[in-house]
Design a protein around this ligand. Structure first.
Ligand code: AMP
Length: 492
């Protein structure tokens, strides 16, 4: 090999060794300081799932790519442009899932859930992948949670889906969310509507973007929600789906609106809303949040998909569902300063000095943890002072100190951080003693809280009494003033 080539190879190798790895474009780490928001979000979703009787399902990240081609639609953006598609070493054509609904339906059919009592209610959450242009609030790996109900066609379920989403936003203290709503009909009314739409759009074809010119042939309905300015202008005057619904779709939509009125959820009827996916029928909806600058951000959306089960090889099964972007909800929580999840903090801190003590501490830690007592430690630290200051920082009630002498004697020093007092306790009695002290402290705290509440109540009654007295005094003044006035006027 020529010398120059050899040198270049060496340089490249050196460069590669020095390479500092970064996340791949569009991917990101969710760091520990963000986790309290995610924890809170997960807890709220879990609670709603339990309250509304939805069972959790975990679905694989990798699926047969045809599931989305057939289910979501080959012409949709998420399949035609954004899918992470690849061949495995075994030659299978697979993809990273871009959304959850087709996977839920696949699982429903694969595991014979169609014989279960209807509706089958399932919920999921996890990462989704779309090869889109990354920007604020749009990632290539993002998280969604979703709820799906299969086997029921009543509009009450559509309303309940919307109600659940709204309950979640409310629990997260995300305000200014608007519900956009439309009905896009079914196999009976859509063909004639499509004809009308195509003829309208064909007359204005030159004003449409390239994508919409193509959509005009493949899926004309999708022209309606194109974001290109020139297309939105054309679409604003286009025939509206709601004016061309068959009687079944009309009744379904009207009942949905009545249900929403009943549960007092306001909505904005948006004739251009079709959602980007092929499988929707009848109801489609989307939730938008407006930020301080007036920008709209989509938090989630969903609708009815009465033909998807059949399209994926199953029997006729009406279904409805929705999904929300968790990353966007977390961003919204941050901007609206929602309180986050606060994990319980350990009340006991385990401090140790020396190698033998470290070994004993490892065992004591496990025993305490096994009995349900949360313990903090910093086994890496050798310095007692820094360990004690750590214990202070986390506001530990009890510190257990195992030094070299204690380790040899089989004891530990129990330091009560409230009173400052300390005692040496044999290790085999330590759990019992810690429990006893924690119980005593908890009782004391309860007593203090009770006393404070009683004091507050006393103060409140005193204040109310004062207020009543003051009011009475004022009334007397008013009355005397009135009677004086009366007397004066009578004298006159
Ligand atoms: P969709 O079903 O495509 O409307 O997605 C439902 C929700 O997922 C959207 O309203 C967004 O909140 C969220 N979402 C979709 N795509 C992305 C993305 N690339 N990055 C972050 N969130 C997304």
């Amino acid at each position: 090999m020529p010398r120059k080539k050899q040198e270049n190879k060496k340089k490249n190798l050196k460069r590669q060794k020095k390479k500092r790895f970064q996340t791949v474009r569009g991917m990101r780490d969710i760091l520990p300081n963000e986790q309290p928001y995610w924890q809170k979000l997960r807890k709220v979703i879990e609670k709603i799932a339990v309250d509304y009787n939805y069972n959790r399902i975990d679905l694989p990240l990798i699926e047969d790519v045809d599931l989305f081609k057939r289910g979501t639609g080959e012409e949709t953006d998420i399949v035609s442009k954004e899918i992470y598609e690849f061949k495995t070493k075994g030659g299978e054509k697979v993809c990273l899932r871009p959304e959850g609904t087709p996977s839920v339906v696949r699982a429903y059919l694969q595991h014979g859930m169609r014989i279960a009592p209807k509706p089958v209610k399932l919920s999921y959450s996890g990462p989704m992948y779309r090869y889109d242009r990354p920007q604020e609030g749009r990632y290539r790996e993002f998280f969604q949670f979703g709820f799906e109900a299969l086997g029921e066609q009543d509009a009450v379920l559509d309303a309940q889906m919307i109600q659940m989403a709204m309950r979640i936003f409310k629990a997260l203290k995300i305000h200014n969310v608007t519900l956009h709503l439309n009905s896009i009909g079914c196999d009976e009314c859509r063909p004639s509507y499509n004809k009308l739409l195509i003829s309208y759009l064909n007359n204005r074809k030159s004003s449409l973007c390239m994508d919409c010119k193509r959509r005009l042939k493949t899926n004309p309905l999708r022209v309606l929600d194109c974001k290109e300015e020139k297309c939105t202008q054309v679409v604003s005057q286009a025939p509206q789906t709601v004016d061309h619904l068959c009687s079944d779709c009309k009744t379904h939509f009207t009942s949905l609106l009545e249900y929403l009125d009943e549960i007092q959820i306001p909505y904005l009827l948006r004739p251009q809303l079709v959602r980007g996916l092929d499988y929707y029928t009848k109801t489609v909806f989307e939730f938008f949040m407006e930020d301080d600058l007036g920008n709209q951000s989509a938090l989630g959306g969903g609708g009815r998909y009465d033909y998807l089960v059949r399209k994926l090889g199953g029997p006729d099964t009406p279904a409805v569902g929705f999904a929300c972007g968790m990353d966007r909800l977390v961003n919204a929580m941050k901007s609206q300063k929602t309180d986050t999840y606060q994990p319980p903090t350990p009340k006991v801190y385990l401090a140790q000095l020396g190698d033998v003590a470290k070994k004993k501490s490892l065992r004591i830690f496990e025993e305490l943890e096994r009995t349900g007592i949360m313990v903090a430690e910093s086994f890496g630290r050798g310095n007692l002072r820094s360990q004690l200051s750590q214990a202070n920082k986390i506001k530990a009630e009890i510190v257990l100190i195992i030094g070299q002498r204690e380790a040899l004697d089989g004891t530990a020093i129990l330091k009560d951080m409230n009173s400052g007092g300390q005692e040496t306790i044999p290790l085999d009695k330590i759990i019992k003693e810690v429990k006893k002290r924690l119980h005593k402290n908890a009782e004391m705290i309860k007593k203090i809280i009770k006393q404070k509440a009683a004091q507050k109540k006393k103060r409140k009654t005193k204040n109310t009494r004062k207020k009543i007295q003051l009011k009475a005094k004022k009334n007397i003044h008013k009355k005397t003033k009135k009677s004086i006035k009366k007397k004066v006027s009578r004298k006159k």
